[in-house]
Design a protein around this ligand. Structure first.
Ligand SMILES: CC(C)(COP(=O)(O)OP(=O)(O)OC[C@H]1O[C@@H](n2cnc3c(N)ncnc32)[C@H](O)[C@@H]1OP(=O)(O)O)[C@@H](O)C(=O)NCCC(=O)NCCS
Length: 142
């Protein structure tokens, strides 16, 4: 498996959008809209690949020079539970550290909180609803 940063608008980015729609949005009866995607031009977009095929993805958004936000973490349904998510997180954390960020924060789905806790993230505050489902703010110092 190869982990890499991908370019907005590239062929890999089109795969990423499809993966995010399939895993994160369609189950909620939603799709990513073009305006939302346009805003991602300056974000750090990350993919896990087997040859040409994207297996999983996530992105990092700069909040300020110290803090970045992890978003859109997803692994293909048929390949979940095999360590791809963990590998993506470790790769993303290393990139965040290299770029000088000191903290990663996120809105984590409640159903995935256990995954992030295993990687050292902690829940901050009460659960809240976003896109119709329960979330927690979770964070980890780098
Ligand atoms: C959540 C998700 C990204 C995890 O990726 P993954 O490749 O399946 O996870 P891994 O195989 O790397 O799991 C790492 C560890 O976390 C555990 N884990 C994985 N998903 C978990 C979950 N939802 N809840 C609790 N623990 C979980 C694994 O059992 C494994 O434990 P171990 O340390 O004992 O080996 C993936 O399952 C996914 O895409 N889910 C659907 C979309 C989603 O919820 N995304 C997150 C939005 S915030």
């Amino acid at each position: 498996m190869a982990l890499k940063i991908i370019d907005h608008g590239s062929k890999e980015y089109q795969q990423m959008v499809k993966l995010r729609n399939d895993i994160l949005r369609k189950p909620l009866g939603m799709t990513l809209d073009p305006e939302e995607l346009e805003k991602e031009k300056n974000e750090i977009l990350i993919g896990a690949f087997e040859e040409e095929k994207m297996l999983g993805c996530c992105m990092l958004v700069s909040i300020d020079p110290r803090i970045c936000r992890l978003r859109q973490m997803a692994v293909l349904n048929t390949l979940q539970g095999k360590g791809i998510g963990r590998a993506l997180m470790i790769f993303a954390e290393n990139i965040a550290r290299d770029r000088g960020f000191k903290l990663i924060t996120m809105h984590a789905r409640k159903s995935a909180a256990g995954f992030y806790e295993r990687l050292g993230y902690r829940i901050c505050g009460d659960e809240f609803k976003e896109l119709t489902i329960e979330h927690y703010v979770m964070e980890k110092g780098l």
